[in-house]
Design a protein around this ligand. Sequence first.
Ligand code: FE
Length: 217
Amino acid sequence: MTANHAEGVHEHDHDHAPITADVRPGYYEIMETALRELLIEKGLLTAGEIRRQLEVLDSRSPALGAAVVARAWTDPAFRQRLLENGRGACEELGITFYDDTDLIVLENTPEVHNLIVCTLCSCYPRPVLGLPPDWYKLKPYRARAVIEPRKVLAEFGTIIPDDVEVRVSDSTATVRFLVLPRRPEGTENWSEAELAALVTRDAMIGVIPVTLEQEAA
Ligand code: FE
């Protein structure tokens, strides 16, 4: 405690480095800054538009996809529309697509298990799931998901029986996929909101099923 301590004033007599961005930016950060500044300078975008778009991206989360899945489980007509036109059905629920990507919804059945990947980079159904997990963007998952999907699934704790086909769908810049997981048994009388709470991001990527014991998984 120092002598000049005043009531209500934050004492700052401890030592730490000044809080500044003194780490040199990396290659991609420099590229992003250069491109952003050029786009603004050329009048193609405004700083406000970029900020607004970032807010839109940050507003997306797997809760949106979970609501879509829960609706599909409880409303057979909606499920049909969802499988026929993923984007259109999501838009029915008020989910906007801020880009020109299409959405194909892949239904898991007792015969087929779907898994999604982007082998090239990190294409992902961001309008309905938000940002992808880090492992989705890393090379081991991107390469191995198509070469040895059963082994990758097993590492997530998901054992797919031999008589179930594993289908891997490779996302592109314009075509994104969302897995419609199987509805767990014992949820027949559950409300849509209760069902939505069961549906996880990873289940909509296809690496795990939806189960009643999410915590234990
Ligand atoms: Fe990609």
